[in-house]
Design a protein around this ligand. Structure first.
Ligand code: HEM
Length: 449
């Protein structure tokens, strides 16, 4: 006996749009309400699309681990126009092959080398700040993480024009995606609306730049010791047939790494600065750790095991403000989870925002308390509860890279500066592909004595 999920309790929806308006206008509040006041599975109707929110961590794990019965949801598929068959948007055997090729490139020993770049670039931005000035720290984090990821991918100071083309395409893409999300992806990108034309133009310029950089790499006959991500992707060979990636695949993976690897980390950092400003006792404890471990010098990857409190600050910040706050899968066949029947075509939604703030799993769940991560809380939590990087075979390939970057960057900047929030500046979490502060985060920079 199985129960059809659409017989389960659900919030009342509009007779035509279903729950689309609620989800489009205030997704985080709406999903939190679903998660707190209904069952483990909440059936939803998004216009003509059937969907459900799942909040039982066992179900979340089961869905994320099953890559035969589920594919990425419509939102991610919409990104294919930008990312092609890169890891984030690829499916099936082609995804599996690429993941196996790329996984070693993100091995701890490989990425440790990028620590220096991360600190170097953070120091440059830090030293450009002056005491007492007002800045949008989110804009700074976006520019910093983009520069870092580009340096790690290309290992060359990409020309201003090329960097600008790529950065502009990513920016246009994020805005385009946000406007599509509001229209529930019903207006296709080929429809000649100005935003679609702008989007396509930005992509062709980005392609031109990436292909030109790939060609420059080929021309300078990359060496074995070149350890930038692009050189490593160019050298990677399939275990099955020894084949290498085509230029098109390289382009797709490079665009994917830039998009997936820059805005997510920037958001994690922006929210961290906001929380540190709101919780001075946490900030003081962080400062204590930085003084003790680093004593005024710049951090290195060797310091990472000793920067435990800094690490917990990042974990806790990603609990309250997960850079990916909602994601999903689409069932490709009828699927059963614990006796509930999910029909083929149904979009299964999973929300880090809902899970990470669930009072069932976190005491004082709305409070910023990095100490809760002491004694390996992450391992003690049921799997499927704390999932800032997703889980299962498609777990974020850049998890180690991102954690290293976030800790090194906070350690570099917080040693020298305290950031105070500018009063009355609205800070509004906007869940698009990533959870970004809609109007930025305005801070006053205060130099430490
Ligand atoms: C705090 C920073 C980051 C967060 C919170 C984050 C989060 C995520 C999440 C939730 C997924 C899974 C999406 C899904 O299952 O549908 C994912 C996938 C991915 N992430 Fe990250 N990410 C971060 C940083 C990075 C970085 C730095 C890189 C690369 C340099 C990266 C590259 C990727 C790629 C390529 C995938 C697709 C993996 C696959 O499907 O095989 N991410 N990320």
């Amino acid at each position: 006996m199985s129960t059809d999920i659409f017989e389960l309790d659900a919030p009342k929806g509009n007779s035509i749009a279903g729950h689309l308006l609620d989800l489009g206008s205030h997704p985080l509040e709406f999903l939190t309400d679903c998660g707190r006041n209904y069952g483990d599975i909440v059936p939803l109707q998004l216009g003509l699309t059937s969907a459900c929110l799942i909040t039982n961590p066992n179900y979340i794990e089961q869905v994320l681990k099953d890559r035969n019965s589920f594919i990425k949801s419509r939102g991610f598929r919409a990104l294919k126009t930008l990312l092609g068959e890169g890891l984030l948007t690829n499916e099936g055997e082609s995804w599996f092959r690429q993941r196996r090729l790329i996984q070693p490139v993100f091995h701890r020993n490989q990425i440790n080398g990028y620590g220096k770049v991360m600190v170097e670039y953070s120091e440059i931005i830090r030293d450009s700040w002056t005491d007492g000035e007002i800045r949008d720290v989110h804009a700074d984090m976006m520019s910093l993480t983009l520069k870092i990821v580009m340096k790690c991918i290309f290992n060359q100071d990409v020309s201003d024009k090329e960097a600008e083309n790529v950065a502009n395409a990513l920016d246009v893409a994020m805005n385009w995606f946000e406007s599509k999300r509001k229209q529930n992806f019903l207006i296709w990108e080929w429809f000649p609306r100005p935003e679609n034309i702008r989007y396509r133009n930005a992509i062709s310029k980005m392609d031109e730049s990436i292909y030109s950089i790939i060609q420059q790499h080929r021309d300078r006959n990359y060496q074995d010791q070149d350890n930038d991500l692009l050189s490593m992707l160019m050298q990677a060979r399939s275990e099955d047939d020894n084949s290498q990636m085509s230029d098109r695949q390289l382009r797709d993976e490079v665009a994917t790494l830039m998009l997936a690897g820059h805005e997510t980390t920037a958001n994690a950092l922006s929210w961290t600065w906001m929380l540190l400003a709101q919780y001075p006792q946490v900030e003081a404890k962080l400062w204590d750790e930085l003084k003790t471990v680093l004593g005024g010098r710049l951090p290195t990857v060797e310091d990472l095991p000793h920067l435990q409190y800094t690490n917990m600050v990042i974990q806790e910040s990603m609990r309250l403000y997960p850079p990916v706050s909602i994601f999903g899968r689409e069932a490709v066949e009828d699927y059963q989870v614990d006796g509930y029947q999910i029909p083929a075509g149904c979009v299964v939604m999973i929300s880090q925002w809902v899970m990470h703030r669930h009072p069932k799993y976190f005491e004082n769940s709305e409070e910023f308390i990095p100490e809760r991560w002491e004694n390996d809380l992450e391992k003690r939590l049921p799997k499927g509860v704390y999932i800032p990087f997703g889980d299962g075979p498609r777990i974020c390939i850049g998890k180690g890279f991102a954690m290293m970057e976030a800790v090194l960057l906070v350690a570099t900047i917080a040693q020298k500066y305290q950031l105070k929030l500018v009063e009355n500046h609205p800070i509004v979490p906007q869940p698009s592909i990533t959870l970004r502060p809609e109007h930025g985060i305005k801070v006053e920079i205060r130099k430490r004595d």
